[in-house]
Design a binder for this molecule. Structure first.
Ligand code: SF4
Length: 326
């Protein structure tokens, strides 16, 4: 456990390894009124990150009220695949689903081993999203949900789906989601919007919290020729990706090897952070808060192409500036 100084950044920046200022739910409102179990944000000025990190209070303030606080690092967000393949195959999918074999879904035992390892370092994660590919292609998806819920009793837990398979799932499936306080987040693509909206209504009527995104008419193209790092403006920042015992800065950095292999490309690959090799969650957070080599080939603000599916993916589908996208 580490003690953190709560105060004004400028006053303490030189004095302490890491920082700073915060509040309970809303980090723009500063307060000293912390209790055990409160959720707080700390901005880690000393690590050069502009991203507020999320912590939970493990010890109430006793002496020096308003100065010191014991906290435990927490993750605001983590995502993982229950299936790599997809039944829709969007062109330029940022998780490269069209490049995986049709039956590619993750083994439940491996997923839960990964989550267990994560839990050892980060006993609190605010939001866990199970996605893919299309996660409902995994025939054992409910085992994934129940297994994660056993390890993370308090986290928000979502399945992110294109909704196509919901038509085939009934009350029994819904009841297990309700039991495990899991929700559905449906990404709404143009040709299937009426199907998924109807499915969403059905699941809502069975008390499953179900959210449908605004219609996705455009897709971002992330990859580009080497240039300025996209990290500072990255909207994916903080969307950590868990796979095979490793935590990654983002899904793109975890999966770029799949794209490289498919098209003999050479975008930079990274090792990610092997959780078993770490005892200190603070050092994991510190590593995650820095850009990687791939960030110099990546930009997620503004390079859009109309949403479409693909049955014959090509390398150019993912790269901004190739002829077809201009
Ligand atoms: S590679 Fe870097 S810039 Fe691109 S999505 Fe990942 S963190 Fe963001």
């Amino acid at each position: 456990m580490r003690k953190w100084y709560i105060g004004k950044a400028d006053a303490i920046r030189e004095k302490h390894e890491a920082i700073l200022v915060t509040s309970k739910k809303d980090w723009t409102h500063f307060t000293h009124d912390f209790k055990t179990g409160d959720e707080i944000f700390l901005q880690r000025v000393a690590f050069g990150s502009s991203l507020p990190e999320f912590f939970s209070v493990t010890e109430p303030l006793r002496e020096d009220v308003g100065e010191w606080l014991s906290v435990q690092p927490a993750l605001r967000y983590v995502e993982l695949h229950a299936a790599d393949a997809c039944n829709l195959n969007c062109r330029a999918c940022s998780h490269f689903a069209p490049l995986f074999p049709k039956q590619a879904y993750s083994e439940v035992a491996q997923i839960l081993q990964d989550v267990k390892e994560l839990n050892r370092l980060f006993p609190y994660v605010r939001h866990i999203r199970i996605l893919g590919g299309e996660p409902l292609l995994n025939p054992h998806i409910l085992d994934v949900v129940t297994g994660i819920r056993q390890l993370y009793r308090e986290s928000r837990l979502s399945i992110v789906t294109n909704g196509l398979l919901l038509e085939k799932l009934g009350r029994e499936f819904a009841d297990i989601l309700v039991e495990n306080r899991a929700e559905l987040m449906i990404t709404c693509y143009p040709p299937i919007k009426s199907v998924v909206k109807a499915a969403a209504e059905r699941f809502r009527s069975w008390n499953v919290p179900t959210f449908v995104s605004p219609e996705t008419a455009y897709f971002h193209l992330f990859l580009k020729e080497k240039g300025e790092s996209g990290f500072s403006s990255c909207t994916i920042k903080g969307c950590y990706f868990l796979r095979n015992g490793t935590l990654w800065r983002c899904a793109l950095s975890a999966l770029i090897g799949v794209y490289n292999n498919a098209f003999s490309m050479k975008f930079p690959t990274e090792q990610g952070i092997r959780l078993t090799e770490h005892e200190n969650a603070f050092s994991v957070l510190s590593k995650l808060s820095h850009e990687g080599k791939l960030c110099y080939y990546c930009q997620d603000d503004g390079y859009l192409m109309p949403w479409m599916t693909t049955t014959s993916p090509a390398a150019e589908d993912w790269i901004h500036g190739t002829k077809e996208h201009e």
